[in-house]
Write a protein that binds this ligand. Structure first.
Ligand SMILES: Nc1nc2c(ncn2[C@@H]2O[C@H](COP(=O)(O)OP(=O)(O)OP(=O)(O)O)[C@@H](O)[C@H]2O)c(=O)[nH]1
Ligand SMILES: [Mg+2]
Length: 182
């Protein structure tokens, strides 16, 4: 059996906790508290440490899924949670006017703390932002010599979440293959 540590990064409200919960289908540990923190973030709770779930895949592999807290004041936790990660999911909220800036900032975090770790970008809440331009995002996600796949995902939907994990696992396999042939 193989274990994969997967870390979910992304800004506040991008859907990290929702995704971990949906994929885990209930069996999840979270550290969400009442959100009194940011006016305008239209959600009741926010993560203050991490989300965690163990998921057994049909192929016998096990995912250890870690959702990070999105708020900037917890950014010291991101590199800690990234330690030993075998894959990264970066969530972007399509309704966030600062999504493009966020993408750039998180690519920097990856560059600094997980440069060799396979990653995918999940674009959430696309149903609420029909005018979103996927191409712009895809172009940006290929900045700096790394090309990250961009996958639209409704974080509330288990099937869509698992499909995103599938894309990430393919990336991980591809990286492994390249490494063994290098
Ligand atoms: N309409 C819609 N809502 C979504 C979608 N994906 C996620 N959401 C909602 O967006 C919100 C995301 O909230 P969280 O999962 O708490 O976000 P988070 O990234 O964990 O935020 P922090 O822990 O505060 O950093 C939830 O209310 C979800 O139900 C989507 O594709 N469409
Ligand atoms: Mg959260």
């Amino acid at each position: 059996m193989r274990e994969h540590k997967i870390v979910v990064l992304g800004a506040m409200g991008s859907g990290k906790s929702t995704l971990v919960r949906a994929i885990a289908a209930g069996a999840v540990v979270d550290t969400d508290v009442h959100n009194s923190d940011r006016a305008g973030a239209d959600k009741a709770s926010t993560t203050v440490a991490m989300d965690y779930a163990d998921i057994d895949l049909p192929n016998g592999d096990r995912l250890r899924l870690y959702g990070t807290p999105g708020q900037q004041r917890f950014d010291f936790l991101w590199p800690i949670l990234l330690q030993g990660a075998s894959g990264v999911v970066l969530l972007l909220d399509a309704t966030d006017p600062a999504a493009a800036t966020a993408l750039g900032a998180y690519l920097d975090v990856l560059q600094q703390h997980a440069a060799q770790v396979p990653a995918v970008v999940g674009l959430t809440r696309l149903d609420l932002a029909p005018a979103w331009e996927l191409d712009t995002c895809a172009l940006q996600a290929s900045r700096g010599g790394r090309i990250l796949p961009v996958v639209p995902v409704d974080a509330r939907d288990r099937e869509e979440g698992l499909r995103l994990m599938d894309v990430l696992m393919s990336e991980m396999e591809a990286c492994e293959l390249v490494a063994t042939h290098a």
